[in-house]
Design a protein around this ligand. Structure first.
Ligand code: GLN
Length: 546
């Protein structure tokens, strides 16, 4: 195998931006003409993040093939422009599940099953499986922080890989924090020294140290870290805080991170070609206008829960050369009485995806406001479902219309649980367990959608056959299609067999569109998603008209 492996670990504390660092290094290596792949290993016990609470863990990122993964994979796709898959994210839970299933099958022939070698071998198998396509480089990010008990088998596995693959094929990068002590006016290297000591006690000597800090590291501190941590002097890099995450690859380039990696791994790399990143940052830094978008949702206190959405809105703004101000509005606080006061300063209203009945009425009230006051509206997944409920109640006059998710016995289930449907991905009829509301029954991953001519959807995409990613249980109930259509709701996107409604919109409104899928997962700074592009365009016009 010609693929070289770069392992990225983190020290001192979490939230240092290891995922972004990994994604930026990957993007930078790509600009040098290298083929790059990337993977995340998460030490927690959940088999996948699908069941984890977004309040705690942030967004669940969905891949083309329907894996529910860590939100760092979103950064990877956005920075590298490559598709992640089931094999891009492994957790301890998933690794143990495989090993325990093998044990139950008798694969270990009665032997004692242990962390070393059985768990570590399975981890190594997963790591090596990521390089399928003759990639030049595979970046492997280890979640958590060095010193965590659950991270040990992963660190042991990547330690072993240096011997397995040969030291010329493996590189360890350690990301740490160099805190700035304001009172003393000093940067402190001690936490970094301790973190590297911890890593070395497990047998891993980092080759490169990336130091997150508020201000750039002066030369003498780099020397000190090099000395105490036993790395080359030119392998200690400053990762200073930047305004936009899209500056990170350029910042790393200025520091020479890619150059050092190329030298240490003897990569056949040409000079970095950074034009598209420069152009992206030029646009971000020189907006010609602005607009203000309200995100009416439930997870407003944890922005990480809407990570991809946030980025997709920025991509749309970058395309339109405007800046976008995002206001998170707690839908539980919206009532018919205060809706105007709360939303009147917004140029666009977005109702994102979500689960459960909390805050639903506030979302529906906000959508009514957007529809009646001709404020650009974008409903995503649950947001589209709420738009359909709102239309059925307030325009069709079915005042008890609802989704079966919120009212199992509603007389008008305009959004319902389909128990049988043809799955265009698996190419067979899938059955959903109508009684269960947990796990296993979601429509997940990429599905085809057919777009109707002369609609806003068509205007945005410019083609009639598209594919988008899903993550939901409930669907638009076709029984109500004709009545809603007659009342003015345009069903602008459907599954190829027209059984599932994937997009709805309103003519005679500046921009009012709902989609059953999650377009935010496919948006990229270099290729903003068409729906976000058009939504921001409409919101910018709205802002100008004020
Ligand atoms: N809760 C809704 C469903 O399961 C919507 C899900 C979502 O917005 N991702 O269908």
């Amino acid at each position: 195998m010609k693929t070289k492996f770069i392992f990225i670990t983190g020290g001192v504390l979490s939230s240092l931006g290891k995922g972004l660092a990994a994604a930026s290094i990957g993007a930078l290596l790509q600009t040098r003409g290298l083929k790059v792949t990337i993977q995340k290993l998460d030490p927690y016990i959940n088999v996948d993040p699908g069941t984890m609470n977004p309040f705690q863990h942030g967004e669940v990122y969905v891949t083309e093939d329907g894996a529910e993964t860590d939100l760092d994979l979103g950064h990877y796709e956005r920075f590298l422009g490559i598709h992640m898959s089931q094999s891009s994210n492994y957790t301890s839970g998933k690794i143990y599940e495989t090993v325990i299933n093998k044990e139950r099958r008798g694969d270990y022939l009665g032997g004692t099953v242990q962390v070393i070698p059985h768990i570590t071998d399975e981890i190594k198998r997963c790591v090596l499986s990521v390089a399928k396509d003759d990639e030049d480089v595979a970046l492997i990010e280890i979640g958590g922080t060095v010193g965590d008990i659950e991270g040990l088998p992963f660190l042991e596995a990547i330690r072993q890989l240096k011997n397995d693959l040969g030291k010329e094929n493996v590189l360890y990068i350690h990301l740490t924090l160099v805190p700035y002590m304001r009172a003393a006016g000093e940067l402190k290297t001690k936490p970094t020294q301790h973190s590297v000591k911890e890593l070395r006690s497990i047998g891993i000597q980092p080759d490169i140290i990336l130091c997150r800090s508020e201000v750039p590291l002066p030369a003498d501190l780099r020397d000190k870290i090099a000395l105490f941590c036993d790395v080359d002097r030119d392998a200690v890099f400053s990762a200073v805080d930047v305004k936009s995450i899209y500056e990170v690859p350029m910042e790393f380039y200025r520091e020479g991170v890619d150059q050092k990696i190329a030298i240490l791994l003897k990569l056949p790399a040409k000079n970095a070609e950074l034009d598209s990143w420069k152009e992206l940052n030029r646009r971000i830094n020189n907006p010609k206008g602005r607009c203000r978008i309200g995100i009416v949702g439930k997870y407003v206190d944890l922005k990480e829960a809407y990570k991809s959405l946030h980025e997709a809105l920025i991509h749309g703004a970058v395309f339109n050369e405007v800046s976008v101000e995002l206001e998170y509005v707690n839908s539980e606080e919206i009532t018919p009485k205060n809706v105007e006061k709360r939303l009147k300063n917004l140029d666009g209203i977005l109702v994102p995806g979500g689960f459960g009945s909390r805050g639903i009425e506030g979302k529906i009230t906000s959508i009514k406001y957007a529809r009646e006051n001709k404020v650009p509206f974008f409903g995503i997944c649950l947001g589209m479902q709420c738009a359909v409920i709102e239309y059925a109640r307030n325009v069709l006059g079915l005042d008890k219309a609802n989704s079966q998710e919120f009212d199992e016995f509603t007389p008008d289930p305009v959004i319902y649980l389909m128990t049988e449907w043809y799955d265009f991905r698996t190419k067979k009829v899938e059955k959903r367990d109508g009684a269960s509301n947990k796990g296993g029954t979601m429509r997940l991953g990429s599905y085809p959608c057919k777009i109707v001519k002369e609609t806003k959807a068509m205007e945005a995409y410019g083609e009639s056959k598209i594919e988008e990613r899903h993550r939901h249980r409930y669907e638009f109930n076709k029984k109500y299609a004709e009545a809603l259509h007659k009342a003015g709701l345009v069903l602008s996107g459907t599954s190829p067999d027209e059984e599932l409604v994937e997009m709805v919109e309103l003519p005679g409104h500046p921009w009012f569109l709902g989609c059953q899928f999650h377009p935010e997962f496919k948006s990229n700074p270099m290729r903003p998603h068409p729906l976000f592009r058009e939504f921001i365009r409409a919101a910018t016009l709205q802002a100008k008209g004020r």
